[in-house]
Design a protein around this ligand. Sequence first.
Ligand SMILES: Cc1cc2nc3c(=O)[nH]c(=O)nc-3n(C[C@H](O)[C@H](O)[C@H](O)COP(=O)(O)OP(=O)(O)OC[C@H]3O[C@@H](n4cnc5c(N)ncnc54)[C@H](O)[C@@H]3O)c2cc1C
Length: 560
Amino acid sequence: MKSIVQPTKKQRRKIVLEILQQQNRIEDYPYLIESLSPPQDITTLAPVGSGKNISIGIIGGGIAGLSAAFELRKLGFDITIFEAEKKRIGGRIYTHYFDRHKKYYGELGAMRIPISHEIVWHYIDLLGLKTTPFIQSTPADLFYILHRHACNDSEGQSVMENIYPAFDLTLREQKTPWIQLQNNAINPLLRKLSPKVRKEIIEIKPQYHPEIIKLDQLSFRNIFEKAGLSLGAISMLGNLSPLIGDFFYTSSIELYSEIYTLDFFSLYRIQGGSANLPLAFYRSFFDSNVKKYYPNIPPHLLGTIHLKNGHCVEQIQQKIPCGPVTLSSKNIENHSIHQQNFDYIICTIPFSTLRNIQLCPAFSSEKMQAIQELSYENSFKSAQFYKERFWEKEDIICGRKLGGSSATDYPLTSLWYPSDHYQYLNSPYAPPKEPGVLLSTYNFTLDATRLGNLPYNQRIFKINRQVEQLHALPKGYIDNILLDYVDINWNNYPWSLGGFAYYRPGQKNTFSWIAAQPEYQNKIFFAGEHVSGKHAWIQGALKTGIQAANHIAKDFIVKK
Ligand SMILES: Cc1cc2nc3c(=O)[nH]c(=O)nc-3n(C[C@H](O)[C@H](O)[C@H](O)COP(=O)(O)OP(=O)(O)OC[C@H]3O[C@@H](n4cnc5c(N)ncnc54)[C@H](O)[C@@H]3O)c2cc1C
């Protein structure tokens, strides 16, 4: 399938349809389109301008909070966003720029957008952002497992020849390519669900179909065990596919959620960095040319947005039932405390940080339990800025890498090559020689903590040696060409205290509905990836941001 630089809605739908056809599950198409498209527009729920003089506080200037503000503005509300970071919005969309011209950057948070994530595309189009393909894998990707190298040829031959002998596999496993071993284990459980039931994988409902509850009880690892794979095969597959191996003890619903919505097919990146998405929202709030964003709304009917950045919310209080909600926030620079009353609140901060906020009175006991128990997984990312791209040289092991990723059983787990030379992928011309940024570590859970918690110098040393061994380069090679380095251990990031919400077995059934319900008699609504059906994706955060705005519109119009 040929990649299009900036796919239109029609082209996106065609690609989704083609992928589903290839996967023999065309019946999922209408459900996918329905679930992944933007919810009803807020102006169909209440008249434009009708929210004047109603105040709304949004806790968190991540993508969920920004999208909620963008939508609420259409009705004329008076909106205040509280963002703990002083110099940055966007939360877990976090691009680090290595140079003044912002040409070279590493994505410490979100980096790719699947073709099917229609809500993200809706805002990309609306805000006029540019995209280019994100190359997910190529035959030049390599594996380095138990000190053995293999290349990513489409037949899986190299892995069978070089990696299989290191594992204790059954005769049948030895003869089956690894992708097939993986698919044979994963796909039947999805296929056996009817399309209507499958859709529940990404839905938030008070009650789920018994088949979904069963699936939610299983961990990723259980899926492989149920398929009869040997211990050796499970370990090998976990290393070949770190996105599976790192999450062996997570609810399999998370795995099926990504398979169901084609999250690893036909991916894109935002030109100039993912941070351009939150930045575009920010610009829209303060741009005098509002017609660009709201062509059908008279400017005087639009709401206003105040951004209180560097203000960390420390307390949420409702003094009288059904009354206004008071937010107490601390200025992180001078530590002064401010209090402000609001008619409505949208709380978009992760439950991991909400746990440290004082709630007066407490939320419902079920919600408090969800806040306490909903599981978050760690992720660690390091980005390295090199004066030359050793991975694009002709003689590099498995061939030059113009995108894609490599995997290893070393703690760095996976490493991602930049896609900015993707146009040379099938070209006879070599890409120009220039500096480049390698995402030298992208790992999760245990390895994220084990590598990410090492002291700074030790961490860089370990990563450099692992990058060299992965690419069969001599020791010390990296040190001579490395210009700069940055990393993030998301568990240690104070404003998320974790990478993303990811259910443990049984948690979708127990907590997904209650986590998303309003509190304080419909005065406080919740948004963010953690209360969505698409954890760990911008799509989920955006959908809940729009939904929370819509809930307020519905509630206030009834009470008006
Ligand atoms: C390593 C990593 C890789 C990812 N890769 C992808 C990807 O490739 N594609 C994709 O689509 N998604 C990806 N995601 C997921 C995506 O980044 C998130 O789903 C999304 O950004 C979450 O947005 P949010 O608004 O729900 O939360 P956040 O972005 O966390 O926003 C919450 C905001 O609240 C602020 N805050 C927290 N506490 C307080 C407080 N007390 N007071 C005031 N403000 C506070 C925070 O500073 C933050 O700005 C990735 C996430 C991670 C961590």
